[in-house]
Design a protein around this ligand. Structure first.
Ligand code: ZN
Length: 273
């Protein structure tokens, strides 16, 4: 369901799941059976992969898969229809333990699904925006304004007079984790590659506040975590090694932070450094 109560758009998620026997396959299937928002589940023992058609956030499907006692790693995402309209990912980094991963999938000409997890935030609401530039040379300070090709005022997503980059707020739990899945009709993956995604320190007032910055930025304070939006693999395009850049294999990936200095710690690839 989206904010208007319409049934959500389905997307297809491909997970690598450690499975060694037919019993494992049954356990995985039963973990996803009768779950609201899941319509098709395809489990392959041979390739240790599970493909799920769902309206749920990727993190929730992963949790369900891991409730069977197995590890699951998201390998790719795609359309339930056959065409590939593009996908992108932003790895967010900030001070301390602040980090996140946000995925963009264009499921139709009209709809882009934006799905992510951000860790290390203070509890509560934080503004999230696509900013104009992918320049992280000064932390989040050189990312420019909210992506705004139509010259509009700042607002909330879904509102006609708003920046295309206005994604609203994400809500962090008491543990500092925000997980979310938005369906956005104005963001197109092909227009945002090379730009940045920024999570702000405070709540975005969605242009409704009295502060002079309300109509420009939502008055949500400075950027805390940011990352460049890069093209990413679609469904079934990922090889066994999820990140050939640093040699961390798909199963090790689960135990390492997705970005930041901690990723390098203790990994054999970096033992000589
Ligand atoms: Zn804005």
């Amino acid at each position: 369901m989206d904010a208007q109560g319409n049934p959500g758009d389905f997307w297809k998620l491909e997970f690598a799941v450690q499975m060694t026997c037919k019993k494992c396959v049954l356990a995985v299937k039963s973990a996803l059976q009768d779950v609201k928002g899941v319509q098709n589940v395809d489990v392959s023992l041979e390739s240790e992969s599970v493909v799920v058609e769902t309206t749920l956030p990727a993190s929730e499907v992963q949790k369900l898969l891991e409730s069977t006692g197995r590890r699951a790693v998201l390998k790719g995402m795609g359309n339930v229809r056959s065409q590939n309209l593009g996908a992108a990912v932003a790895m967010l980094a900030g001070a301390g333990s602040l980090q996140g991963v946000v995925r963009f999938l264009q499921v139709s000409e009209n709809t882009c699904i934006i799905d992510g997890t951000v860790d290390g935030l203070s509890p509560g609401l934080h503004g999230i925006h696509i900013n104009e530039f992918g320049d992280l040379s000064m932390g989040c300070e050189r990312c420019g304004g909210h992506y705004n090709p139509e010259g509009n005022s700042h607002g909330s997503p879904g509102q006609a007079d708003s920046h295309v980059g206005d994604l609203g707020n994400i809500s962090a739990s008491d543990e500092g984790r925000a997980t979310f899945r938005f369906e956005n009709n104005r963001v197109k993956v092909w227009n945002i590659i090379g730009r940045s995604l920024v999570v702000d320190e405070g709540e975005d007032d969605l242009g409704r506040g009295s502060h002079h910055l309300s109509k420009v930025t939502g008055n949500s304070g400075k950027g805390l975590a940011c990352g460049i939006i890069a093209r990413s693999a679609g469904l079934f395009e990922n090889a066994k090694q999820i990140c050939s850049c640093d040699g961390i294999t798909i199963w090790e990936e689960r135990d390492f932070p997705i970005a930041g200095p901690e990723r390098k710690k203790g990994h054999p690839t970096y033992a000589h450094l």
